[in-house]
Design a protein around this ligand. Structure first.
Ligand code: FBP
Length: 554
């Protein structure tokens, strides 16, 4: 047994709550088939690409006689992509349902993400091993990875590995890309009559894998509660010392759901939303003006402190910045990178950049702080592209605001003081002990995934809905992954993919935020959520996110 803390010891004993319909024992779970499905868009094209798995019916489970075939199941599970709190419980739920159905059933865990399947690197779960991970954060139970399972060669290897172990189903726990690949793998397995089923589970702290059927991805609840605790603590510090502006970047590679949820929980002075920036085509300067207005008004009223939340993906939503990034990628493509790297001083490099960028992009580049300018040319991915997620946008915006305040000071319209501190909250939340919500939700997703396998479904996403209600009222079922797909242009090719869910500007969560933010900007309306509570009254321990509650009209 590994070293464990008192909380972990307690959490190992926690009994995750299942939806009412899954509580009566395996022998009393039956299936109700619903309507045939269609993809969200591009129906003809998706149907053509998925002849064996397209158009299947939605299903829900109910209390009733279990009519599934009695056959020995050998299941493989994979954790894919970034860590998200609750992943261990998906595996635990899957294991428990599998063993409750038949003690002879076997669960393989492929190690280190999808590459584990390709390399046949695995462990076989038993009670002793799995019991150490119940209700804990992290993905260390088998590890995770970002290898994409997408080529036919890889699928052929996967089929071989499954055949070797007699595997009857693979469960892929991942985000939109991993579940897109799960659907393609399911189609391949069906077309090649391998007899292997594929089931997906919706994971990502980013919260961007959701739609009318999948109410949220797991991990979002715990991660946003963890960041909100930290932001609330910082707000209280700011309000006590009254001398700093805190610029806080929060994770979320693309969509701003995490930032928005944290804002709903903590009521900061500023929260940027990438999707709104794109919709209004805001420039960097316009965004900086927007923040500066709040800083200046507060400063002029004697409040030289505040909190601004910046979503990680923000710069990609600024139209002029996206153009700049594209030009930089082009500027350093192929041999030109060598020429650039051979220049030894920043001055020489700057001259090279000035010659290579268009006038418009150079104007944007010129207003960036030098540290950010250099970052754009240093941190590059293996394909030579700028790694946008590494850009320290919290420092970028505070530097732009500082420059604008200096101008206003000169013009006599600002008389405050501005001192900024910077934070980035991301990795702090991805492996937290799952909240009760995520512990219950994840366990249910895993348990339910096994029921989908047992009833023979292929290319389905494990679906638990009615999530803003107590677990007793949750609804368990499955949805064909192809229902969530459309065709998008990726790397110059048309590809069938799950549509990423961005923040909807006409949705309730954003509308609530937009209705309150002016007041939050100039007054001090902070709320302090405190740490996640695992034990105590239900209204403290079992609350879902504000996003989910508002989406449900609650
Ligand atoms: P997933 O989409 O794989 O769940 O990962 C999301 C995320 O946590 C983003 O919020 C973040 O930008 C990214 O992963 C960081 O990735 P890495 O762990 O590879 O640094």
């Amino acid at each position: 047994m590994m070293n464990i803390s008192p909380l972990q010891k307690e959490r190992l004993q926690y009994n995750p709550k299942l939806p009412g319909m899954l509580r009566n024992g395996i022998s009393e779970i039956c299936v109700k088939e619903g309507k045939e499905t269609e993809s969200v868009a591009d129906q003809a094209k998706i149907k053509e690409l998925f002849p064996n798995t397209y158009g299947k019916r939605e299903i829900t489970f109910e209390k009733g006689q279990n009519t599934s075939l009695a056959k020995k199941q050998v299941v493989g599970v994979i954790l894919s992509g970034g860590q998200a709190p609750g992943g261990h419980n998906v595996v635990c739920g899957l294991y428990d349902a599998l063993k409750a159905t038949n003690k002879e059933n076997v669960l393989y865990g492929f190690k280190g993400g999808p590459s584990g399947l390709l390399e046949d690197d695995y462990l076989i779960f038993d009670d002793e091993y799995i019991d150490q991970f119940r209700n804990t954060g992290g993905f260390d139970i088998i590890g995770s990875g970002r290898t994409k399972l997408e080529t036919r060669e890889q699928f052929a290897v996967a089929a071989e590995v499954c055949k070797k172990h007699g595997i009857t189903a693979i469960v892929i726990i991942g985000g939109d890309d991993s579940n897109t690949n799960a659907a393609v793998l399911a189609e391949y397995f069906a077309a090649h009559e391998t007899g292997v089923q594929v089931i997906g589970c919706p994971k990502t702290i980013d919260g961007d894998l959701k739609n009318e059927d999948i109410e949220c991805s797991f991990g979002f609840d715990t991660a946003t509660k963890t960041y909100s605790e930290l932001i609330g603590n910082i707000e209280r510090d700011a309000n006590s010392a009254k001398k700093y502006w805190h610029f806080i970047k929060v994770m979320g590679r693309s969509a701003s759901h995490v930032a928005l949820e944290c804002a709903l929980q903590t009521q900061p002075n500023i929260c940027l939303i990438g999707e709104e920036v794109a919709e209004k085509k805001m420039s960097l300067s316009a965004i900086a003006d927007y923040i500066t207005d709040a800083v200046a008004e507060r400063g002029n009223n004697g409040m030289n402190f505040g909190v601004a939340i910046i979503p990680e993906g923000i710069v990609e939503f600024v139209p002029e910045f996206s153009v700049l990034i594209a030009e930089i990628n082009e500027l350093l493509a192929g041999e030109k990178a060598e020429e650039f790297n051979s220049l030894s001083t920043w001055k020489e490099r700057y001259a090279f950049i000035e010659k290579g960028l268009t006038r418009q992009s150079m104007d944007v580049f010129a207003i960036l702080p030098e540290s950010i300018q250099q970052q754009l040319f240093m941190e590059r991915d293996p394909h030579g592209n700028v790694q946008v997620s590494l850009i320290e946008s919290e420092k970028l915006f505070s530097a732009l605001v500082k420059a604008k305040l200096a101008e206003r000071k000169k013009a006599g319209t600002y008389k405050g003081k501005f001192s900024a501190l910077h934070h980035f909250f991301g990795y702090e939340g991805r492996c937290a002990f799952p909240s009760n919500f995520d512990a219950d939700y994840c366990y249910s997703l895993g348990y339910n995934a096994f029921m989908l396998i047992q009833y023979g479904y292929n290319g389905y996403l494990s679906q638990i809905s009615n999530l803003s209600k107590p677990a007793e009222e949750w609804v368990a079922g499955g949805m064909p992954i192809t229902k969530m797909m459309n065709i998008e242009r990726r790397h110059g090719e048309d590809k069938p993919v799950i549509r990423k869910a961005l923040v909807e500007l006409d949705g309730n969560p954003f509308k609530y935020f937009a209705a309150h933010r002016e007041k939050w900007a100039v007054e001090t309306c902070y709320t302090y959520p405190g740490a996640i509570q695992y034990y105590g009254p239900s209204d403290v321990c079992d609350q879902t996110t504000r996003t989910l509650a508002l989406e449900k009209g609650e």
